[in-house]
Design a protein around this ligand. Structure first.
Ligand code: GLC
Length: 557
């Protein structure tokens, strides 16, 4: 099988726009677990600042820092008690200024996380609401409904919290219900209230004025609820399985939320034209998702549908085509993301022998770790060659697996607790990063404290063990990112080639060069074209053949 035999189908034209975010590689830092400067076992801003040279050398363009705001940490900081300050466990506003300034000096841009759907129940706005009477303007900042004295246990509707259990809890006096699509400690804001909108405009400006380059927007699909808060007529399972369109759900993807996005966009555009927002919108199908990235809305949205696609060449190829078709229809860049702080790390996910449902990963006999890492490397090598913007989650460049054996006593994710352990939760992808094999807490700090225990395997996967080893996952990421930058792969014309049903093959062409990328998901090796030179690969030693579960980048001679 050679590439000469194939016909190509152009699925994506090169973009004429050159905005930095269209082709950026953005590295997600989860502050609790990245690097701990003060040794208390929880990562912090000084820790992040100390690792900026590492990120520059890795070859990314920007970092997105998950929430660092004052928070009771009921949901890892996604329960914000003050949008315009830093939690003392992470540092101070002065530390944030230093972090942003140093990142910029190194040529790295910075996104912060905006959490607009809900606050912490310890936010002064919610406290003020509870201290005021039902029906008062203060209560109107959140979504309250009266308890029916005739049937006091009857909730206002059948909505379920994303973390399990009902989405309504009673106020301490038992007279009203309040809505929380996540934990009881995360009351949903009322985005119908103009005062809420005004506050968030101010918060955007607060961070833009401090120099941030943009925002990752949390739960961007839930801000507006259907009028009258009707029951959800389908099940959560149908929703998650993609059997219904998200806007059929009365608390997701409601058309009116777009007016809020357009409003924010005018705030960002009033700066220097280089600030950007990315939507965390779990929305399907793509026709719904692209509404979020119309020219006057978000700059980009995470491509979760692709993240959730199984390791199957046909499904992934279709995912690539639909991603480009839909994003191109509105002129937005496609994004590529394989891991984040909410999903099973892809080195483990791609090694699951069964479905990957939350309960099946409890069983370690259900995972082929070697195949998982091999496929993870192949998947990464594939997406980093695809035009558009790409996201990397801290530790994936070390090939870290999901940590599955955390004891219940250390688990912090409210999902685990709200479902009595039925859903394992997300702590396993949040274990502190190993930097050095022979150091306390594997170099996460100097004291050996760690808010989640690190497994022994983190020793051999530590960054210092991989540094300089050409076959390591870390060096593979460095090589891919360097080559991506040199060859301008973030923007180019993408042509799909047909090398057989179990192979994903494409060319990325720009004015400088043509790069051919081949990912072999089949059992048989694939012969490589002779008129091309291997410039990067996900496994060592690729010359004339590409083995199974591997990706290669070729320069056309
Ligand atoms: C987003 C975050 C997740 C958080 C949830 C509630 O999905 O990524 O970590 O738990 O929102 O804020």
């Amino acid at each position: 099988m050679t590439t000469q035999k194939t016909t190509g189908i152009v699925v994506h034209p090169a973009s004429t726009a050159s905005d930095w975010w269209r082709s950026a590689v953005i590295y997600q830092v989860y502050p609790r677990s990245f690097a701990d400067g003060n040794g208390d076992g929880m990562g912090d801003l000084q820790g992040i600042a100390s690792k900026l040279p590492y990120l520059r050398d890795l070859g990314v363009d920007a970092l997105w820092v998950s929430p660092f705001y004052p928070s009771p940490q009921a949901d890892g900081g996604y329960d914000v008690a003050d949008y315009r300050d830093i939690d003392p466990i992470f540092g101070t506003l002065a530390d944030a200024d230093i972090l942003i300034g140093r990142a910029h000096e190194l040529g790295l841009r910075v996104f912060v996380d905006l959490v607009p759907n809900h606050t912490s129940d310890e936010h002064p706005w919610f406290r003020r609401a509870l201290a005021s009477a039902p029906g008062s303007p203060e209560r109107d900042w959140y979504i309250f409904r009266d308890v029916d004295p005739g049937s006091p246990e009857q909730r206002p509707n059948n909505w379920e919290s994303d973390f399990g259990g009902p989405a309504w809890s009673k106020t301490p006096d038992g007279k009203q219900w309040y809505l929380h699509m996540f934990d009881t400690k995360q009351p949903d804001l009322n985005w119908e209230n103009p005062a809420v909108r005004e506050e968030f405009r101010g918060t955007l400006r607060f961070w833009l004025d401090r120099g941030v380059d943009g925002f990752r927007v949390d739960v961007a699909h839930a801000l507006i609820k259907a009028p009258g808060l009707p029951d959800f007529a389908h099940s959560r399972e149908e929703l998650l399985a993609g059997e219904i369109s998200t806007n059929e759900c009365p608390y997701y993807d409601q058309d009116r939320l777009h007016e809020i996005v357009r409003d924010w966009r005018t705030v960002l555009d009033s700066y220097d034209g280089a600030r950007a927002m990315v939507a965390e919108a779990w929305v399907q199908p793509y026709e719904r998702l692209v509404k979020y990235v119309r020219p006057d809305e978000y700059h980009q949205a995470f491509n979760f549908e692709f993240l959730e696609t199984p390791w199957d060449a046909k499904a992934l190829r279709n995912g690539i085509v639909s991603s480009y078709r839909s994003n191109d229809s509105v002129g937005a860049p496609t994004t590529w993301v394989l891991s984040n702080h909410d999903v099973i790390r892809h080195a483990t996910r791609l090694g699951l022998k069964e479905s990957g449902a939350d309960d099946s990963i409890w069983r370690t006999d259900n995972i082929d770790a070697e195949a998982g890492l091999r496929r993870a490397r192949a998947a990464t090598a594939m997406v980093l060659a695809l035009p558009g913007s790409a996201y990397i989650y801290q530790g994936e460049e070390l090939g870290l697996p999901e940590v599955l054996d955390l004891p219940a006593s250390v688990r912090q994710d409210p999902t685990f607790h709200r479902t009595a352990g039925k859903r394992i939760g997300r702590d396993g992808c949040r274990v502190p990063i190993p930097w050095k094999k022979d150091a306390p807490a594997y170099g996460f700090n100097t004291t050996g404290e760690s808010w989640l225990p690190q497994p022994e395997i983190f020793g051999e996967l530590a960054a210092d063990q991989q540094h300089g080893d050409p076959d390591s996952t870390l060096e593979m990421y460095r090589r891919l990112l360097k080559t991506r930058r040199e060859r301008g792969l973030g923007n180019g014309e993408l042509t799909l080639r047909d090398l057989g049903e179990n192979v994903i093959a494409f060319d990325v062409a720009n004015s400088q060069n043509v790069t051919t990328v081949i990912a072999n998901l089949g059992q048989e090796p694939v012969e490589l074209p002779q008129d091309a030179t291997v410039i990067a690969s996900s496994v060592p030693g690729v010359t004339s053949q590409l083995p199974t579960d591997a990706t290669v980048w070729l320069a056309r001679n």
